[in-house]
Design a protein around this ligand. Structure first.
Ligand code: AMP
Length: 394
């Protein structure tokens, strides 16, 4: 069963509720510090406006857990969205209820109404059927453009689908699905996955799923030390998940049996602790002293990984190669970011921190696709079906 695109729907004069991801970061003065999520939803919103739809936007912001928390109001988003659209956006005092219904009924074609934070209601995250029905009663047509929440079954992305006649994915959601499908479906080869970040435990399913699909698996970040230790190597004070040594070994065995080239760091940047005051030294993986921890891949590893990526036709990257937030331990992540950005491969990057690493190297525009999602991107790469995507099938 396929998923319709918003582009296939007749929207004129219809009340169209679009679930967007406006979960933007705000500073203590309630100013938006990064509006990229709002910008990412513009193509879908502008399409609906051009089609003369009555546009109702719904989103969550932060984790208010069913309570009204003024600091998590979407009012600053309405203001920024008005500027970006060049037209005033109406702000609703709530996301359901008679007053909101009245505002929806008075909405004209091409006008935009932003509902207040969905998570001010406990029913949103609980996927409460009554709350979902109330949301659905606001609209004729439902569109989901919030891929970042698709791994959660909430009222505004799953429950609501049972109560609407017409449903479709927005352009951002479709783009995410298209690129992730390219990576997990039928990728051009050689296909490499570059996986980093703190722990194996956070990415176990992704590692297990990708080792079945890729030609090269490249491991950096803190998680590499669990693999190195599993091979019987001492790694000093580096991050190791002792309970996952066997699992790490199993992943490497599976890689071997499939003929996957499995790359681990050969050297690392070490220090006594990850803080900014730490004095870094470079050690080979075989010679990390008991007093030090590995906090970034070393220069020889960067060269090795760059070399391994140089002939690839598809590259998926998630997770930094080191504690890249601290300059002394950022070089490895920056080198890999540059290698991926300058590659001719289809390059797909996802996960919050990886995104930040790309930003740090101004490489955002040099990869083919940067996912707006963290958890949803990883779960889909891990081979899971996402409830928010499945609910759109008809
Ligand atoms: P994740 O959310 O699992 O992708 O992990 C990202 C975090 O991993 C970042 O905050 C990094 O600082 C951290 N990290 C990367 N490499 C290491 C390392 N060698 N030791 C400790 N933490 C690391």
């Amino acid at each position: 069963m396929g998923i319709k695109s918003i582009g296939e729907l007749e929207l004129a004069e219809k009340k169209v509720l679009i679930r967007v991801d406006f979960n933007v970061p705000l500073n203590s003065s309630a100013e938006i510090t990064d509006d990229s999520r709002i910008k990412a939803a513009l193509p879908t919103i502008e399409h609906a406006m051009k089609q003369n739809a009555k546009v109702i936007l719904a989103s969550h912001l932060g984790r208010p857990k069913g309570k009204v928390i003024n600091e998590m109001s979407l009012v600053p988003v309405a203001m920024r969205l008005s500027e970006l659209l060049g037209t005033s956006v109406h702000m609703a005092p709530d996301c359901v209820g008679p007053e909101v219904k009245n505002m929806v009924d008075n909405l004209g074609p091409s006008e935009v109404l932003l509902l207040e934070n969905l998570r001010f209601h406990i029913g949103e995250e609980k996927n409460d059927p009554e709350f979902a029905r109330e949301l659905a009663s606001l609209c004729d047509t439902y569109v989901n453009d919030a891929f970042a929440t698709a791994h959660r079954a909430h009222a505004s992305n799953v429950g609501i689908c049972k109560h609407v006649k017409d449903k479709a994915a927005g352009f951002l959601m479709l783009r995410e699905l298209e690129y992730i499908e390219k990576a997990i479906g039928n990728p051009e080869r050689p296909y490499a996955a570059v996986i980093g970040g703190a722990k194996v435990s956070g990415k176990l399913e992704v590692l297990e799923n990708l080792v079945d699909k890729v030609d090269k698996m490249i491991i950096g970040g803190g998680m590499a030390f669990t693999f190195v230790k599993a091979l019987g190597q001492e790694v000093g004070k580096s991050l190791v998940e002792e309970d996952l040594l066997d699992t790490a070994m199993d992943i490497m065995k599976k890689a071997k049996s499939r003929g996957v080239r499995f790359y681990l760091p050969v050297d690392c940047v070490c220090a006594t602790e990850p803080g900014t005051g730490a004095k870094p030294t470079i050690k080979t993986i075989q010679e990390i002293p008991p007093t030090l921890m590995g906090l970034d891949i070393g220069p020889a590893t960067s060269t090795l990984f760059e070399e391994a990526l140089s002939d690839c036709a598809t590259i998926v990257w998630n997770g930094p190669m080191g504690v890249f937030e601290v300059d002394a331990f950022a070089s490895g992540t920056l080198a890999i970011s540059n290698a991926i950005a300058s590659s001719n491969a289809l390059t797909i990057v996802g996960g919050g921190d990886t995104d930040a690493a790309l930003d740090k190297t101004s490489n955002q525009d040099k990869v083919d696709f940067v996912s707006t999602a963290g958890g949803a991107f990883l779960e889909m790469l891990g081979g899971k079906k996402l409830p928010g995507v499945e609910a759109l099938r008809s």
